[in-house]
Design a protein around this ligand. Structure first.
Ligand code: FMN
Length: 186
């Protein structure tokens, strides 16, 4: 197995830098990222690519604005954080789980396939040496955000935002599960 998989590590969005990523790298990440297992080849997911001015626009018009609605007593530090969420990255890939009606394949499997897209995009970006992190934070559960991204209310869900940027330093290892506690041989 390539060492990439045994060493792979996310970089926190707040620790990445946001200079532009070359278009050909982004294209490679997207093309490889959607090569995931998908029962029935239903493609029950969508990816919305958010970069450049759109990062700013969504930060202002959706994230900050929705945060203010729910948090009228927010302090300046909180408002500053919410005003720059997406702008931590060079590009944010919003992955939507968009299940379809099917007589045999359960929605659960379609959701799993959407999670696979998230993980694959994350790994593809990291394999090219980029800093990347899979986040949901509060705004993945916000209806206005879902609607803005083209999701159907009460049907589609945001599986995650894949933040991609540049590494400022190599990340430290994080606590990993004890294999003996999560793996057993039957
Ligand atoms: C569906 C999902 C949502 C997540 N949302 C958050 C989040 O909102 N905030 C956070 O700090 N980490 C969140 N994480 C965890 C981060 O992705 C974290 O960087 C990750 O656990 C690092 O693991 P890795 O180094 O093995 O890639 C989420 C993970 C998943 C799978």
């Amino acid at each position: 197995m390539s060492e990439f998989y045994s060493k792979r590590r996310s970089v926190l969005a707040r620790k990445m830098s946001s200079e532009k990523i070359p278009d050909n790298h982004l294209e490679q990440i997207l093309a490889a990222g959607i090569r995931v297992p998908d029962h029935g080849a239903l493609n029950p997911w969508k990816i919305k690519v958010i970069s450049g001015e759109k990062l700013k626009l969504i930060d202002k018009d959706i994230i900050l604005s929705e945060f203010k609605k729910e948090n009228s007593n927010a302090n300046d530090i909180q408002l500053e954080t919410e005003s720059k969420r997406l702008q931590r990255a060079s590009v944010v890939l919003a992955v939507l789980s968009t299940p379809v009606d099917h007589p045999k394949i359960p929605v659960w499997e379609m959701s799993l396939s959407s999670g696979a897209v998230c993980m694959n995009l994350l790994s593809c970006a990291q394999s090219l040496g980029y800093a990347a992190q899979w986040l949901t934070e509060w705004y993945a559960y916000n209806e206005k955000m879902l609607e803005y991204l083209g999701g159907r209310k009460k049907i589609d869900k945001i599986s995650g935002f894949i933040y991609i940027g540049h590494k400022l330093e190599e990340p430290n290892e994080r606590r990993r599960p004890d294999p003996a506690k999560v793996i057993s041989y039957l």
